[in-house]
Design a protein around this ligand. Structure first.
Ligand code: PXL
Length: 269
């Protein structure tokens, strides 16, 4: 059986985040990767120099082509740019047979560039979160979506409950941005409406974290496409991203990419 996953996201010319990170990650997980591009970005490890969105119609045309011929077992969203694209993708997803929609609510790039118009956050909340099988915000994104200040793991749990009440079936809040970043660990929380699960890894001090969020949610998507449970998929994603950060490639003069081949090539940590 060939498992297929689709990413609906922006292109990152530097290859570390967005569509490129997703496809590299799907390949590493032995899942056939497909894409629908929402915007082309011109960027490198020093920042985002340009953002060129496609129209909502152009995004949907890609989805129709893929859905007609190559139905995916899991679908992930990343950079969705604006209200029109969020609304169209949400409508397409609700009327399709996609069971596993993984929403990475991408808002801001590492260097601070905006990847989502602020006024579209309401549309994300009203239309996309209610149909998400898994949502994977980092702490600043979870704060924006819930209006709750997150200072510790307990606050993460409360925000996860809020996001579950907003309709997401599973909530993963990534601990990489924990404000107690002097902490030796990064703890991610998974909430499924019944229980909380924690995934902890050593905190690695490095500037090379470009694309970590995309890569993490792409592993979850690929593992779900293969039929794994949400718990097992998050567990694999945590191992994959920890290896990718700790063996980063050291390329570029700014915030470099992670190493997408580290987990399967080196020791599984
Ligand atoms: O990591 C968030 C992200 C998502 N999508 C694209 C990006 C970035 C960060 O730079 O460029 C296209």
């Amino acid at each position: 059986m060939v498992y297929k996953a689709l990413t609906i996201a922006g292109s990152d010319s530097s290859g570390g985040a967005g569509i490129q990170a997703d496809l590299k990650t799907f390949q590493e997980c032995h899942v056939y990767g497909m894409s629908a591009i929402t915007a082309v970005t011109a960027q490198n490890t020093n920042g985002v120099q340009g953002v060129f969105p496609l129209s909502a119609t152009e995004v949907i045309e890609q989805l129709i082509s893929v859905a007609e011929d190559l139905p995916p077992q899991a679908v992930k969203t990343g950079m969705l740019v604006n209200e029109e694209i969020i609304a169209s993708v949400s409508e397409f997803a609700s009327s399709s047979v996609w069971e596993k929609l993984i929403v990475d609510p991408v808002m801001i790039a590492k260097g601070g560039a905006s990847l989502l118009e602020e006024k579209s956050i309401e549309t994300l909340i009203n239309q996309l979160i209610p149909i998400a099988y898994v949502i994977t915000p980092n702490i600043p994104e979870a704060e924006t979506l819930t209006g709750r200040e997150i200072l510790n793991v307990d606050d993460c749990r409360k925000a996860a409950e809020d996001l579950y009440m907003m309709g997401a079936k599973h909530v993963v809040i990534k601990g990489g941005h924990q404000s107690q970043s002097q902490s030796l660990y990064a703890t991610d929380i998974l909430y499924d409406g019944k229980g909380f699960y924690e995934f902890t890894s050593p905190r690695i001090s490095t500037p090379h974290t470009h694309g970590t969020g995309c890569t993490f949610s792409a592993v979850i998507t690929a593992e779900l496409a293969k039929g794994n449970t949400v718990y097992d998929s998050v567990h694999t994603a945590k191992g994959f991203i920890t290896a990718a950060i700790s063996h980063s490639l050291g390329i570029g003069s700014g915030h470099g990419p992670t190493n997408h081949w580290a987990y399967f090539e080196k020791v599984k940590i």
